[in-house]
Design a protein. Structure first.
Length: 158
């Protein structure tokens, strides 16, 4: 597969509007092609690809992202949605719909956020605290109590 060129949705949608307005005015397909070439500054092979891409985009313009112009070698698998004009294939790409965050059943019932394991600070006795360690005030309080800053506090059996 070799990519020849691509046309984004914004350009194609503007060209489709221009094409429909020109055809409604009674212009011939040759005049429409010449006008599109002038207004979008295209000529020759690029204009030919653009006209074919417009035909592909006109089939299903909703949620179209772009139209790729590709060539495939012998024996290469061609996607089913690709349309062939001459020796080139025109492949429309569509935008994917984002899944809603509220549908947790798609992900096996898990909610978003961290995956597994305890939350930061969950092992602290007093709750809260900084996730980066002890504050200077907490270090000073431990030093007054006679506990080294890196040591764990002793627990009394009950």
């Amino acid at each position: 597969m070799k990519s020849v060129t691509e046309f984004p949705n914004l350009t194609l949608s503007k060209a489709l509007q221009t094409k429909t307005s020109l055809l409604s005015e009674g212009k011939t397909p040759e005049e429409v092609q010449a006008h599109l070439g002038e207004s979008f500054k295209l000529e020759g092979e690029k204009l030919k690809h653009f006209i074919h891409a417009l035909e592909v985009a006109g089939q299903n313009p909703e949620k179209l992202k772009r139209v790729l112009v590709l060539t495939y070698g012998e024996g290469e698998a061609v996607p089913s949605q690709a349309t062939k004009f001459d020796e080139h294939y025109y492949l429309p790409e569509y935008l994917l719909e984002a899944r809603s965050a509220s549908s947790s059943s798609d992900r096996g019932g898990k909610s978003g956020g961290r995956r597994g394991g305890p939350r930061r600070g969950a092992n602290r006795e007093k709750g809260g605290g900084s996730p980066w360690g002890l504050s200077p005030e907490e270090k000073a309080a431990k030093a007054k109590a006679g506990v080294k800053p890196g040591a764990k506090p002793e627990t009394k059996p009950s």
